[in-house]
Every structure is written in structure tokens, then in C-alpha cells.
Ligand binder design. Sequence first.
Ligand code: NAP
Length: 259
Amino acid sequence: MDLGIKGKTALVCASSKGLGRGCAMALAAEGVNLVINARGAEALEATAEEIRAAHGVEVTAVAADITAEEGRAKVLEACGQIDILVNNAGGPPPGFWPDWEREDFIAALDANMLTPIALIKALVPGMIDRGWGRVVNITSASVRSPIAQLGLSNSARAGLTGYVAGTSRQVCGKGVIMNNLLPGSHDTDRIKALTESTRQREGITMDEAVAKRNAANPTGRIGTAEEFGATCAFMCSQYVGFMVGQNILLDGGAFNATL
Ligand code: NAP
């Protein structure tokens, strides 16, 4: 299926590894030129080179912290016309509810709510002027079903979800389509680290920890960055014009509900 976005340009934030990388790779496979970003320059350059070699698109790599004002300024300075924005950043740390102070919430809101909002405010006006744009915000399955130890993430992502619900309906009539993509467990460095901590905590082997983790999902496995990227690319396509302000849950059926 040709997604009809060849020749467009996308900014994919936090994309040297993991889900962001999966999205960048899938968009490049559709002929989309890219601005990619991460803090670590080495992995970012390696990913940029891999994408160029695999798909022959233009890739600009900007090493910067997307959650910091200077970092965002650096990324935006490197961007020309951006047609597609994929918002992403690392998630807030885990913890226990009585321990989180105001500063912890401010940091989480800055990174996972106000950063995507700042990028939307910077880039959507240009999309509106040109009458075409796509925004996908990578949030989390925790928006639908809270993860107790990720209260900072639950809170910040719920705030972004509320903002997108209202804003998406104000810009869709001008050709800009905005939705959220909610990952359940996917095979990235973050999940590898969580599985390793289960292994240590329970004194089991890595094979046992992986089997236990996979058995917890109705599919018997976790998702891949390729699957996640393909869904993201579809959400950036010409065919998504009637999907507005939705929260697409990609979790292998882990959230047990009829609707
Ligand atoms: P990951 O494998 O840890 O990848 C994170 C990527 O983001 C790396 O390229 C990293 O590069 C970059 N990054 C992190 N913080 C950044 C920042 N402040 N500025 C710029 N780049 C940054 O993470 P992931 O598993 O792909 O997760 C992506 C998002 O989805 C996170 O918010 C995570 O909480 C959420 N999520 C993931 C899962 C899952 O199963 N994987 C499930 C639910 C939600 P540098 O470190 O070099 O900056």
C-alpha cells in the first residue's frame, strides 16, 4: 500500500533507538525525508546512516535534548518545512506516589506534556498555511490503564491527551490531522532493562523472565519497533484524514476491555 506521503518531510523526536527509530524507519520506507533527534550523537548518526542506506531519503540528525528549550530551538533551527511531526521523548522515572514532589511533576510535565505542545505550536501553523499536516504523539498504554509506579507518566500523558483532544478538532478542518499512538510493551532498551530488573528481583534466569513477561500478553509476546513504526506511518498517511484526536492502543490486547 502506497501511503501517499513520498517527498514529505518529518521531524521524528527521540529517534536514534526504540519506538522513535521504528517510526523514522517506516516513514523513510515511504520516501519521507527526515529530521531525527536524540541526545547521544553517536547512536543518532549511526541510525541516520542506516536510514539513508536503506531508503535513500535525506536525513538530518540533530543531537539535542528535545525536552529542553535550547534543545528544541536547535532542532527547530535545523528544520525547513515540516509536514509530519512525531512527538516522542524518554518517559519519567518510576516511583511511589507519596515520594513525588512538585518539582518531579514539573519535570514530567515539561518533558512529556509541554515539550510536545511546544513543538505542535511551533510547527502546526506552517502545516495549516500549506493545508496539510500530520502529528502523531507517542504517549503510553498508561493513558488507558494506569501503571501504578509510573504516576508521573500517567499524569503528564493524561494532560497531553486532553490538549490533543481539543486541539485536534480545531486544526483538522485545515488539513492537519493529530492523533496519539499508545504503546503497550514493546521490544526496546527500556523493556530489556525492566526484564533484567525482574530477573534480578525474582532470582530467575533471563529466559524465565522473558517467558514470564511474554506470557502476560494475550499474543504471547511483546510488540516490535517495526510494527509500531508501521502503525505510526499509517497515522501520517494520506488515508488518515477522518481519524481525529484518537488514542490508538498498540498493546497486543493487554488492556482487557470490550470497547
Ligand atoms: P528507548 O528505547 O529508551 O528510546 C529512547 C530514544 O529516545 C533514544 O533514541 C534516546 O536517545 C531518545 N531520547 C530519550 N530522551 C530524549 C530526550 N530528552 N531528547 C531527545 N531524545 C531522547 O524508549 P522507547 O521504549 O522507544 O520509548 C519511547 C517512549 O514510549 C517513551 O516515552 C516511553 O516511556 C514510551 N513507552 C514505551 C513503551 C515500551 O514498551 N517501549 C511502553 C509504553 C510507553 P538518547 O538517550 O541518546 O537521547
